[in-house]
Ligand binder design. Structure first.
Ligand SMILES: NC(=O)c1ccc[n+]([C@@H]2O[C@H](COP(=O)([O-])OP(=O)(O)OC[C@H]3O[C@@H](n4cnc5c(N)ncnc54)[C@H](OP(=O)(O)O)[C@@H]3O)[C@@H](O)[C@H]2O)c1
Length: 295
């Protein structure tokens, strides 16, 4: 059952996951009950075209958040993309939610946040602690890796015949942004929500990067193999390819965490939430290969 009367607000609504979540929410509850938060006024028009009220707020500006949260019952806090500033930004969101009497926060955290070795996990742990300390009822949506993180590198992998990484034999249970958006909305809009629940969300099937490269090869009809290297070698390679140093280091750290099993989860909690299997990673590979123009 869906809560049709609550007033919902989705943050990060101009982003890739946020837009999917707003669209999915609009399939379930009246559009008039949905507010989308964006920080750039120019991002409003396409959301308003869906019949959604758009409010302007920046995670770095507590006053703008308090204004935007007026009258909201249930909040989906989609984690900020500004790595390094996120803990402070999310703390602003939690504080504004507390001041404005928001009754429920669903927060997109990271898979196994409490034990994850990924450097990215520390800001999620800080945010989970801030939400708990606020006393606001919550759900932690501990999202695993987006399949799109991996399929985004398919074109150069086909070109070079190699998919580089530092994930070793580690397995990834990734799911698509659409899968995660549907999971988030299922929890956010549920008529009865388990109090203070923690959801470890991941794809139904896991894969090693060797299997991933082999699937690219099969779909493209060209040889592509996984090229495993050390974390520092992978960071240097990403930097040489043009990524800023801190981003390259973060991605290499995430691959090293993958090698330790940080992105594997076999609970199938996400497919239970969305009422269907998660999107097959092999299908995503096939679609990305086709979109790359390689075949
Ligand atoms: N699970 C994974 O594999 C994975 C991968 C990548 C990211 N993530 C996390 O998941 C989040 C959502 O993913 P995504 O793909 O939708 O990312 P995205 O497309 O980069 O969207 C990020 C959203 O955060 C907004 N934002 C950033 N800083 C803000 C600020 N100071 N105030 C208000 N809004 C701000 C952005 O607004 P603008 O449009 O104005 O920039 C955008 O709407 C990311 O932000 C990141 O924390 C997870």
């Amino acid at each position: 059952m869906t809560n049709q009367t609550a007033k919902y607000l989705v943050t990060g609504a101009s982003g890739q996951l946020g837009r999917l979540a707003v669209t999915e929410l609009a399939n379930k509850v009246p559009a008039g009950n949905i507010v989308a938060l964006v920080r750039r006024p120019e991002a409003a028009a396409s959301l308003e075209a869906l019949g959604i009220e758009v409010r302007i707020g920046d995670y770095g500006d507590p006053v703008s958040l308090e204004k935007a949260f007026h009258g909201i019952d249930r909040l989906l806090l989609i984690s900020s993309s500004e790595v390094g500033q996120r803990a402070a930004q999310h703390a602003n969101v939690v504080s504004a939610a507390h001041k404005t009497g928001i009754g429920f926060i669903a927060y997109t955290s990271i898979l196994h946040a409490d034990t994850s070795p990924l450097g990215l996990a520390s800001e999620h742990r800080e945010t989970e602690a801030a939400i708990k300390a606020s006393g606001i009822p919550y759900a932690f949506l501990r999202n695993g890796w987006y399949t799109e993180n991996r399929t985004g590198s398919i074109a150069p992998a086909i070109e070079h015949g190699a998919y580089p990484g530092a994930a070793g034999d580690g397995r990834t249970s990734s799911a698509t942004r659409q899968d995660f958006a549907e999971g988030a909305v299922a929890v956010l809009s549920a008529e009865t929500t388990e109090p203070n629940a923690v959801y470890e969300l991941a794809g139904d099937e896991s894969y090693s990067m060797t299997e991933f490269a082999s699937a690219i090869s099969a779909a493209a009809g060209k040889p592509v193999s996984y090229s495993d290297m050390s974390e520092s070698e992978f960071a240097s390679l990403l930097e040489a390819a043009g990524l800023p140093g801190p981003i390259a280091a973060m991605l290499a750290d995430s691959d090293a965490g993958t090698a330790k099993g940080a992105l594997e989860d076999n609970s199938r909690t996400l497919s239970r939430l969305i009422g269907r299997p998660t999107t097959s990673w092999r299908d995503s590979v096939g679609e990305a290969v086709t979109a790359s123009g390689a075949i």
